[in-house]
Design a protein around this ligand. Structure first.
Ligand code: URA
Length: 444
């Protein structure tokens, strides 16, 4: 087949700050998926985009080309609204686990096609795989059946969904081209639009443990994704949320499942509950259930029932004990006073070095590894009091994990104003597909 473009010309154009043409973009994504554009050429193009950016219309075309690289799912046959959530990734971010069954309680289908962790942020599938018997891989038919019967599914995104993004994301991870608004926005939105949800709630993390370290960059990322959602007719809301300190009191796979179950039982750390409820309310509102009371569903056991059904449907035993690490090490406070900082990134790196995360996508993870947090910013601590407990099955990992934590906290000094976990909100005004007035005059 004769190729209509040459990758070198596309790279040169972006290197020289030109705006790429629609056909150039369609071709480069398609040719990369086919293996005609080589990894080193795509790496150079990704770096040129990282350095020189893309216009709004280039990003939209790039996103579409990635959607068109694979299949599109269609949940319209379910006869109920669908709502999905995506987080840009943070430390201790286990929110998907309680959130999906909680929203499903109200008759909204929640298809959470998720990924595994890479780097210092954990992956939802890695967390759930610490539950004995639980299975991440489902066929499209199994996903539909589970959405119909249980209402919520958290499983691996099939290889047919935005394959261009799968290839490109792995490449970006090894070429230092991840933290780039056009590339992150198109990566996330291509997968979510291909997934075929009616509405989408984005949790855009801001702070040391997130890709976006400051509010201005996070807002730009959120605005870009909300606009891409509008282009595709997907109701999209973005909450900008704090990731300067870990979410909740655990970072690590089985540890985070345990904490999620506490939330589903009506307890759990206040910040995890607050963010779960904030995201649930947005999803329910977008799905046409503005009067639903998710707080009551956490209190009265309905969310827990939905969780148990969701885990069982995928072969897991929700009553089985979670694995526990063979070795622990405690980090204590060196002085007495108010804990004024506990750094999300440092805790994430420590959990990763203990074995909770992977360096290469084929690496195994330890279900038991991670960090348990005993004090959060604002708490008063005494010298010698435990601040963190490190968990692992391989104690030789403690030294490197402790090194990561050497500058992770401050005791004394000034505490930043305690800020709400939700820092800002952006939304488009699309009416979700499931709520549009039909030709016969009814709305679902
Ligand atoms: N998550 C994604 O799916 N893609 C990115 O580029 C970054 C975070």
């Amino acid at each position: 087949m004769t190729e209509p473009f040459d990758a070198v010309d596309v790279i040169r154009a972006k290197r020289d700050r030109e705006v790429l043409g629609n056909e150039q973009i369609d071709w480069v994504i398609d040719a990369y998926t086919r293996g005609v554009v080589a990894d080193e050429q795509m790496s150079a193009l990704a770096m040129a985009i990282f350095l020189n950016g893309m216009t709004r219309s280039e990003i939209a075309r790039w996103t579409n080309a990635m959607i068109n690289s694979g299949e599109r799912m269609d949940f319209s046959a379910l006869g109920k609204p669908t709502a999905d959530k995506h987080s840009t990734g943070g430390v201790g971010d286990k929110i998907t686990l309680p959130l999906a069954p909680l929203v499903a309680v109200f008759g909204v289908a929640v298809p959470q096609l998720s990924g595994r962790g890479l780097g210092h942020t954990g992956g939802t599938l890695d967390k759930l795989e610490s539950i004995p018997g639980w299975r991440a891989q489902l066929s499209n038919e199994e996903i539909m059946d589970q959405l119909r019967d249980v209402g919520a599914v958290i499983c691996a995104a099939g290889s047919g969904l935005a394959p261009a993004d799968k290839k490109l994301y792995a490449l970006r991870d090894t070429t230092s081209t991840v933290e780039c608004v056009p590339l992150i926005a198109s990566s996330i939105m291509s997968k979510k639009i291909a997934e075929g949800t009616d509405s989408l709630v984005l949790d855009v993390k801001v702070g040391s443990g997130a890709f976006m370290k400051n509010l201005e960059n996070a807002r730009e990322l959120a605005r870009t994704m909300v606009d891409l959602g509008a282009d595709a007719g997907v109701r999209t809301v973005a909450l900008l949320t704090d990731m300067s300190t870990p979410l909740g009191l655990t970072a690590g796979n089985a540890l985070e499942v345990r904490e999620s179950v506490e939330v589903l039982a009506g307890g759990g750390p206040a910040d995890v509950v607050e963010l779960t409820l904030a995201l649930a309310r947005e999803m329910l509102e977008s799905a046409g259930r503005p009067d639903a009371d998710p707080e009551a569903a956490l209190r009265d056991g309905r969310a827990m029932d939905a969780w148990n059904a969701m885990i069982r449907a995928q072969g897991g035993d929700p009553d089985a004990p979670l694995p526990v690490a063979r070795h622990t090490e405690t980090v204590t406070a060196r002085a007495s006073g108010v804990l004024t900082r506990l750094d999300a990134y440092d805790v994430g790196i420590a959990a990763w070095r203990l074995g909770a995360g992977r360096s290469r996508k084929e690496d195994p993870v330890q279900a038991v590894a991670g960090v348990e947090i005993h004090a959060k910013p604002g708490d008063t601590v005494s010298a010698g009091q435990p601040l963190l407990t490190l968990h692992t099955d391989t104690p030789e990992r403690f030294t490197r994990a402790l090194e990561a934590l050497a500058g992770a906290f401050d005791i004394g000094g000034t505490l930043e104003e305690p800020r709400s976990i939700v820092l800002d909100r952006l939304a488009n005004d699309v009416v979700p597909r499931g709520l549009r007035t039909t030709e016969t005059g009814g709305a679902r």
